[in-house]
Write a protein that binds this ligand. Structure first.
Ligand SMILES: [Zn+2]
Length: 410
């Protein structure tokens, strides 16, 4: 198989990074439905046109470029074009520009395909309004009610942000693609974590995207004067939290796998005053695993441990499950194709879960889906110093090329 040109990928990635680039912190600000985001989408449509590809933007802001006949199901490849505030240049954009390079390489080498290739740049993946809007629209998972209510952290409504760019939010409901139109979906993305680099491995083949549960927990004791309440006569809610924090590793060792994660990312002590024993603590527990049974076991263990800690410290314990998102799985045939091609190219590779959410998890609901990770230097992402070495970019794009050629050939 021929090789992609990593120089052209670099050129496109740098061209895209100018949309929303901030000179001060050197971050990319290309949040969904911002001016910079829309400029980047127009750039992409012009690029598709200059490459003689059919292009259109759907009602959700997804941009498509197609090579091949209209009347056959396509192999879709791509990722998102929007960024977090002060994001890096690779997250999302890499999967789109690598697609452009695959098309050039296929044409220059007269590689025969039986099915069309379609590149997609999805909209609002990063969560200004909740995230993965474009991919959810394609897979038919959006509701009109949600579209009417969704707002960003400044209170701007999604439908208003869309209207400023000439979108009618009702059109999002027309962005659904029928499974009959698709043969497969492939996404190349940076890992955004430290695993591949630490294992000196160039390619991560994603088995699936971890499920996530989020709890809001409250431990209630008694707020007391920090001077007059003796140490042995307190119901200090913070002590309960501290004990629980130390139990997390044991819960994972006993109930989890090496793919499990439990994180306490938000804590609020009440009344939150230095001279008062904290009578209440509110905190989140976010748990992840690739197996829903393991997720359940982790959640049950958290509840068990919390209630015994609460008893020990004389606290009341309540919790609310805010969300429970099931894991989603890549297609095993697609995983095998990527694996075989990685072996064919002699690239070091490993199977791994994705701990972060991606567009691929929604595409997996309507077509055979695969995902390729390339290493993130120091595991950094969602920050201006996000980086992936060019030789890893080249390997990832070559593997994307090989895999789509297999998927688009009878
Ligand atoms: Zn991303």
């Amino acid at each position: 198989m021929p090789n992609v040109s990593v120089e052209r990928i670099e050129k496109d990635l740098l061209a895209l990074s100018r949309f929303g680039f901030n000179e001060q912190d050197r971050g990319v600000y290309r949040q969904g439905f911002s001016d910079a985001d829309m400029e980047a989408r127009r750039w992409l449509m012009e690029t598709f046109t200059s490459m003689d590809m059919k292009t259109h933007m759907d009602g959700a802001g997804n941009v498509f470029g197609r090579m091949g006949p209209d009347n056959k199901p396509c192999v879709m490849i791509g990722s998102h074009l929007d960024s977090v505030p002060a994001g890096g240049i690779f997250d999302g954009a890499l999967g789109v520009v690598a697609g452009l390079e695959c098309i050039r390489t296929i044409r220059e080498n007269d590689i025969h395909l039986d099915y069309p290739i379609e590149i997609v740049a999805t909209s609002e993946e990063e969560g200004r309004f909740g995230g993965m809007l474009g991919a959810q629209a394609i897979s038919g998972k959006v509701t009109l009610d949600w579209l009417e209510r969704a707002q960003d952290s400044s209170g701007e409504l999604l439908k208003d942000a869309m209207a400023r760019h000439g979108f009618d939010y009702h059109e999002v409901m027309h962005a659904r693609r029928s499974p009959d139109e698709l043969r497969a979906f492939l996404e190349l993305h940076v890992e955004q974590g430290p695993v591949l680099e630490s294992k000196r491995t160039s390619i991560g083949i994603v088995e699936g995207i971890s499920g996530v549960f989020k709890w809001m927990v409250r431990l209630i004791g008694k707020a007391d004067h920090a001077g007059t309440a003796p140490m042995d006569m307190r119901s200090d809610a913070f002590l309960g939290l501290a004990d629980f924090t130390h139990e997390i590793q044991r819960i994972i060792d006993e109930e989890g796998t090496e793919k499990s994660r439990i994180t306490i990312g938000f804590v609020e002590l009440k009344p939150g005053f230095p001279h008062t024993v904290p009578g209440e603590v509110d905190f989140t527990i976010v748990g992840r695993d690739l197996d829903p049974g393991v997720m359940k076991a982790l959640a049950q263990a958290c509840r068990r441990v919390l209630s015994s800690i609460a008893r020990k410290h004389g606290l009341m314990f309540e919790y609310e499950q805010m969300s429970w998102l099931e894991p989603s799985y890549c297609n095993s045939k697609v995983v095998d194709i990527i694996k075989q091609r990685a072996e064919g190219r002699g690239y070091s590779h490993m199977l791994m879960p994705s701990g972060a959410g991606h567009d691929a998890q929604f595409l997996a609901e309507i077509t055979d889906t695969g995902m390729i990770f390339v290493p993130s230097v120091n595991g950094v992402s969602h920050a201006p110093d996000e980086w992936t070495h060019w030789d890893d970019v080249e390997r990832g794009a070559n593997l994307l090329l090989d895999s789509i050629v297999v998927l688009a050939t009878d």
